[in-house]
Write a protein that binds this ligand. Structure first.
Ligand code: CAA
Length: 258
């Protein structure tokens, strides 16, 4: 599928979504977020896809929500249309692993979009920031909540209040990103990681993602109980039996993704 503001492609079990508004550094307007949400939903429902990768251009993953559009909105507009919630949060419904492949700028909503993904692979030249305060706004696509959970209050407050950008090495040190790779090999590395993850049992990956996300939503004892029940449930699946049998038989497992 190819349209104006995003491009989708697939490589074996990996679905790839490329943000495609290069002239405005992939600023995220409704058209982009609706198309991104539709593409995420379609890949999530597609049994032949195991992992989804979101990428931007070499200059910008995304420079945030589209300021040119927002500048005209009133409180009544954003409240009644449920700005952000109405289409940015589709990614929260996605059950398959989503990898952000970040080159260049990931600012404001672009940084928040990356933070909504499960793994962030960053090129060495990537920059992360939440500069909304410079506009008299605040990070409103989960930034004030996900960033402190990712890097702690001290660093998150610094980034939000001062609008300071982190380079990829700093972002890696603070735990904002999962891996840093050379810019030249970013796409290759992100897709190789995606292909490797996608080779595992899709149902086990979904359960695992749900368990890790539960860590941010519940007290430890509840999270541990949830994890334990999900582990127990794996024993009812063909893939767990195939995975353990393949190990015993010293061969590669053939997963049904069930
Ligand atoms: N929205 C709309 N247009 C944007 C944009 C954005 N977030 N970011 C960049 N652009 C546009 C610029 O207006 C410019 O367009 P024109 O060529 O038509 O003038 C084009 O992209 C290229 O940008 P610059 O010329 O500014 O490029 P630069 O290299 O000099 O600067 C930059 C790059 C530092 C990223 C600068 O563009 C910038 O500060 N952008 C805004 C970043 C920002 O504030 N993001 C947060 C947005 S608010 C938000 O995201 C709210 C939320 O929580 C959901």
């Amino acid at each position: 599928m190819q349209d104006h503001v995003i491009i989708t492609a697939r490589e074996n079990r990996v679905g790839i979504i490329t943000l495609n508004r290069p002239k405005v550094l992939n600023a995220l307007n409704d058209e982009v977020m609706n198309a991104l949400g539709a593409a995420l939903t379609a890949f999530d429902a597609d049994d032949s896809i195991g992992v989804i990768v979101i990428e931007g251009s070499s200059r910008a993953f995304a420079a945030g929500a589209d300021i040119a559009v927002m500048a005209n909105w009133s409180y009544s507009d954003v409240y009644s249309s449920n700005f952000i919630t109405r289409n940015w949060e589709t990614i929260r419904q996605v059950r398959k692993p989503v990898i952000a492949s970040v080159a260049g700028l990931a600012l404001g909503g672009g940084c928040e979009l990356a933070l909504s993904c499960d793994i962030i692979v960053a090129g060495r030249g990537a920059k992360f920031g939440l500069p909304e305060i410079k506009l008299g706004l605040l990070p409103g696509a989960g930034g004030t909540q996900r960033l402190p959970r990712a890097i702690g209050k001290a660093k998150a407050m610094d980034m939000c209040l001062s609008a300071r950008m982190l380079d990829a090495e700093e972002a890696d040190r603070y735990g904002l990103v999962s891996r840093v790779v050379d810019d030249a090999s970013l796409r290759e590395e992100a897709l190789a990681l995606a292909a490797s993850v996608a080779s595992f049992s899709a149902s086990a990956l979904m359960a695992l993602k749900e368990c890790v996300n539960r860590a941010f939503e519940s007290p430890l004892a509840e999270g541990i109980l949830f994890e334990r029940r999900e582990l127990h449930a794996r024993f009812a699946t063909p893939d767990a039996h195939e995975g353990m049998r393949a190990f015993m038989e010293k061969r590669r497992p053939v997963f049904e993704h069930r």
